[in-house]
Design a protein around this ligand. Structure first.
Ligand code: IMP
Ligand code: ZN
Length: 348
């Protein structure tokens, strides 16, 4: 049964800015995919990390490979994206920035273009069904695939930014942080910036990436994913922090993801504390709600209980996230109004 606190966090209107599509697939949707593809012999334990379990980051990336085997046709993508959007809406998320790496699949004839078109179709269908959520899309570059694919991905994102009626707003750089070097991706990222794509980069997700982080911060990105090892207390540097602060770059912080992926030792040592105490723009996000068995309400609740945040402080966090989104100004205004309208009900 839901406690009074659970209800507060679910009713709290929320903004989700860091959600990878295939990492966000729920247990229920995985079930439907497993029934479609019994021949793959995949089990639930291979697609999610349960409560209390932890994996190395490397093992987490193996999980994505398994999910990709299950999501390989337009039909799969349409179902997955639609379910994910509706689940975020049911969790009280009013604005969602979904991100995903366009894939081509020889088996099913899926192309990268059709991949993106299908995600956009699910966003449009949810809008037509009046699901209470606004969704925008970021095209992901998987750093594992190198500079040439990165450049192609930027061109794809650019085309869709111009033709998707505002649904594609930017670019994400993600993928296994141990593979490749950000230096090689600078030309692609620079091009993205020049053509007006917003940019969120996974940065300093693992230790010892000071040089790469410094180079990428010079772009500068519009938002940072994780930034776990930027600050000096964990081996980062004052000059990196300085760049983030001077450019006022918001951080997307994902508590459970970092705990389960073992890049932070425990919730209380999560870098949320460092940046929040600094008064720096920080947004609570899920990263991969399916893989890490969580949701955004739970992440807010965890942040509040771990760091002693009052309900008013939690409200402010969720409200400020609107400012850091890549939504157009008119939509930000509508969202701010929604928060004003919902406040009496949430604090009743
Ligand atoms: P997709 O892009 O929708 O297929 O979502 C899964 C992909 O997101 C993975 O294959 C990674 O490239 C990326 N991803 C998900 N979580 C993380 C993370 O914590 N760090 C870096 N990349 C991630
Ligand atoms: Zn991520």
């Amino acid at each position: 049964m839901e406690s009074e606190a659970d209800i507060f966090y679910r009713e709290l209107p929320k903004v989700e800015l860091h959600a990878h599509l295939n990492g966000s697939v729920s247990f229920q949707t995985i079930d439907k995919l497993l029934r479609r593809k019994p021949h793959l012999n995949i089990e639930h334990s291979m697609t999610a990390i349960d409560r209390g379990q932890r994996r190395t980051l490397d093992e987490c990336f193996q999980v994505f490979k398994v999910i990709h085997q299950l999501v390989e046709s337009e039909e799969d993508i349409l179902m997955v994206a639609t379910d994910v959007i509706k689940e975020f809406a049911a969790d009280g998320v009013k604005y969602l920035e979904l991100r995903s790496t366009p894939r081509e699949e020889k088996n099913t004839g899926l192309t990268k273009n059709r991949y993106v078109e299908t995600v956009l179709k699910s966003i449009q269908q949810c809008k037509e069904e009046e699901v209470d959520i606004d969704v925008r899309f970021l095209v992901s570059i998987d750093r594992r695939n190198g500079p040439q694919v990165a450049m192609e991905t930027v061109k794809l994102a650019e085309d869709f930014m111009l033709s998707s009626d505002g649904l594609v707003v930017g670019l994400d750089l993600s993928g296994d942080p141990m593979v490749g070097h950000g230096r090689d991706l600078i030309p692609a990222l620079q091009r993205a910036k020049n053509c007006g794509l917003k940019m969120s980069l996974h940065l300093s997700e693992v230790p010892s990436q000071l040089e790469e982080s410094d180079l990428l911060l010079n772009l500068p990105p519009d938002r940072i994913g994780h930034g776990t090892f930027l600050h000096p207390e964990v081996g980062g540097s004052a000059s990196l922090v300085d760049k983030v602060v001077k450019n006022n770059i918001p951080l997307e912080l994902c508590l459970t993801s970092n705990l389960k992926g073992q890049t932070v030792p425990c919730y209380s040592k999560h870098h949320f504390k460092y940046w929040y105490q600094l008064g720096h723009p920080s947004v609570i996000c899920t990263d991969d709600k399916g893989v890490f068995s969580t949701d955004l309400s739970q992440e807010y609740q965890l942040a509040a209980s771990t760091f002693g945040l009052s309900r008013e402080a939690v409200w402010k966090l969720s409200q400020q996230a609107i400012d850091y989104s890549f939504a157009p100004d008119a939509m930000k205004q509508q969202l701010r109004q929604k928060w004003v309208d919902l406040q009496p009900q949430v604090f009743k």
